[in-house]
Design a protein around this ligand. Structure first.
Ligand SMILES: CC(C)(COP(=O)(O)OP(=O)(O)OC[C@H]1O[C@@H](n2cnc3c(N)ncnc32)[C@H](O[C@H]2O[C@H](COP(=O)(O)OP(=O)(O)OP(=O)(O)O)[C@@H](O)[C@H]2O)[C@@H]1O)[C@@H](O)C(=O)NCCC(=O)NCCS
Ligand SMILES: Nc1ncnc2[nH]cnc12
Length: 274
């Protein structure tokens, strides 16, 4: 039987979709949708996340194809931006208008582009290249300062949102990768510590939008305590995190995206010949 060669773009897209599905399935994740709970959501569940992830395969293939063997440039940034916005529309069609993965398209789209551009699975340089792409202007982005929730939060509180995280080369993903240190596979307990560390450090604009900056800061402080516990899931700090997400209806979707991005890079494999 003739074995079909899987292109670099297809390999990267498969791994990006797998990372999104892994993130959605991972449990427990206070506030977020998992296979066991809908977190602070009434409009989302695990099936919706699986559909949403599958709907993004073509988007990631196209982003990877656009970036393959290219250099970082404004035309590339604009081409990826257009594909990313089409991806947002594909996601909204698959979910009947519910925003499941807007931030993830941005973060993983940039990481897929950077991985394809250099075709060497070295996380540090992928993060750096992704940051360089994100720093470039995209003429076609409609940029009304107070249009998105993220823009509103940043304007009001000078926090670091999705755009700034990417432009800085994803420092929160870099720290998460350092925290994992050993080679994969990692245990659920190791990943739970990484998740709590992300909750503790990321200025998640979703949390601000649904509550306030004061709640975000209290949430981060509690997450930091949980991350230091010996048995995180059973710790009082972790139980408090769960309670806070329910009380304030908060869902750290930005942290979920960076969790998926960490998994993507931690498990990234590129086969020259299949
Ligand atoms: C640059 C963009 C990401 C736009 O960013 P901006 O901040 O202007 O826009 P937002 O619409 O606010 O989206 C940002 C999404 O990024 C995630 N996020 C939040 N904080 C951070 C952070 N500190 N670091 C990294 N990422 C962050 C988050 O996405 C996740 O949450 C969404 C689900 O949220 P939820 O609250 O459940 O649902 P909503 O409907 O939003 O709110 P409710 O009404 O229910 O309360 C989900 O998307 C997750 O992924 C933020 O939502 C970028 O989008 C952009 O410019 N795109 C254009 C295309 C492009 O250039 N692409 C190029 C590469 S592909
Ligand atoms: N598992 C999840 N639950 C809610 N929002 C998310 N955004 C990205 N992943 C998410």
């Amino acid at each position: 039987m003739i074995k079909q060669r899987v292109s670099l773009a297809e390999q990267l897209a498969e791994q990006a979709v797998a990372a999104l599905k892994w993130e959605a399935n991972f449990s427990p994740k206070p506030g977020l949708v998992t296979r066991n709970s809908n977190g602070a959501h009434t409009d989302m569940n695990i099936d919706l996340f699986m559909r949403s992830a599958d709907s993004l395969y073509e988007t990631f293939v196209k982003i990877a194809q656009a970036a393959e063997a290219q250099t970082v440039s404004v035309p590339l940034r604009e081409e990826i931006g257009a594909i990313g916005r089409d991806g947002e529309r594909a996601m909204l069609r698959a979910t009947n208008g519910i925003n499941t993965h807007k931030g993830a398209i941005w973060a993983l789209g940039l990481l897929v582009a950077a991985s394809s551009l250099q075709s060497v699975p070295v996380s540090q340089s992928i993060l750096k290249t992704a940051g360089e792409i994100a720093q470039l202007p995209d003429r076609y982005v409609v940029n009304h300062p107070s249009q998105t929730y993220g823009q509103q939060a940043k304007e009001k509180y000078q926090v670091t949102g999705a755009r700034e995280e990417a432009a800085a080369g994803f420092p929160n993903v870099a720290r998460s990768l350092q925290g994992l240190a050993t080679t994969p596979p990692h245990t659920n307990a190791q990943w739970l510590k990484i998740l709590c560390d992300l909750y503790a450090h990321v200025d998640d604009t979703n949390v601000i939008h649904r509550s306030s900056i004061a709640v975000l800061r209290a949430f981060q402080k509690t997450a930091s305590k949980a991350a230091q516990a010996v048995d995180i899931a059973k710790s009082p700090a972790f139980q408090k995190l769960v309670a806070m997400t329910m009380r304030y209806h908060i869902s750290p979707g930005g942290c979920a995206d960076l969790f998926a991005a960490t998994y993507f890079l931690d498990n990234l494999k590129i086969n020259e010949e299949d």
